[in-house]
Design a protein around this ligand. Structure first.
Ligand code: CIR
Length: 259
């Protein structure tokens, strides 16, 4: 049984979007194009059955459209993160306020801990916690404690030595039913021995980040080998153009909090 989501939170990219952090070297994003892609993203979540709350742009924070990094949500509790990049730390206040409408049990990651939601992957009752340049060991420890108090098990994966992997979920997606899509940098790790592993074809690591939302997998357009692999496994794909978000190191999971 795959987890069912009913709601999502997103945030429109703002005027300062192109000033966000990136390593992609794909050129500057075009805001008008990003806005179109964002609208399509929100509509696709709705087609998957979610009620989407879309927050207004907040140009004080160029990366604030990547809302996934600001919280870790479970059916029982929300954990507000403390993003690793200083320019992003102020993003959590507004998300905390919104989540008060949905959660009674809200916890927070405290300094010196840092956690980016992009490093956290829920796979059923288990959470994989990536330790990265953004999520430090202290943040990972605090998060694990909160999740364990909520009845979940946790394990850590240290991605700090893995070249070019910003977040854990830049290299993997949990697709439900024990199925994990993994970039080759992660595919051999012992942490995945109990999963049915699909290795992302070599066309691009970017294709490793997709999202299972109820009956669908939302997948980035332009990666036909991976799309064929997923379709052959029986997944119903919804394809989205992601070019402008990719230029800012953002994948499909980053653009929403799903719960
Ligand atoms: C950043 O570097 O923080 C943003 N430009 C991209 C964040 C992507 N978020 C994610 O993978 N969860």
């Amino acid at each position: 049984m795959t987890m069912q989501f009913t709601k999502a939170i997103t945030r429109v990219p703002g005027e300062s979007f192109a000033a966000g952090i990136t390593t992609a070297d794909l050129g500057a994003p075009e805001l008008a194009h990003a806005l179109e892609q964002h609208t399509a993203y929100c509509q696709t979540l709705e087609r998957c059955g979610l009620q989407v709350t879309t927050l207004e742009a907040d140009s004080r924070f160029p990366d604030s459209t990547f809302v996934e990094d600001t919280a870790v949500l479970t059916p029982k509790m929300a954990v507000i993160t403390r993003p690793g990049a200083d320019s992003r730390k102020g993003e959590t206040a507004a998300i905390h306020a919104v989540l008060k409408n949905h959660y009674e049990d809200i916890r927070t990651i405290e300094a010196p801990g840092t956690v980016d939601g992009g490093d956290i992957c829920q796979a059923g009752d288990h959470f994989l916690i990536g330790v990265s340049a953004r999520t430090n060991p202290e943040g990972a420890r605090q998060l694990a404690k909160h999740l364990q108090a909520g009845g979940f098990t946790t394990s850590e994966i240290d991605i700090r030595g893995m070249d070019g992997l910003l977040h854990l979920k830049s290299g993997l997606s949990y697709l439900g039913n024990g199925i994990m899509l993994l970039d080759k940098a992660l595919a051999g790790l012992a942490q995945f021995k109990n999963y049915y592993v699909l290795q992302t074809p070599d066309e691009a690591r970017y294709a490793s980040n997709c999202i299972r939302v109820n009956d669908y997998v939302i997948f980035a357009a332009g990666f036909p080998q991976t799309a064929v692999l997923l379709a052959a496994e029986g997944f119903n794909l919804m394809l989205l153009e992601m070019s402008e978000f990719r230029k800012m190191d953002g994948g499909l999971s980053c653009l929403s909090l799903r719960f």
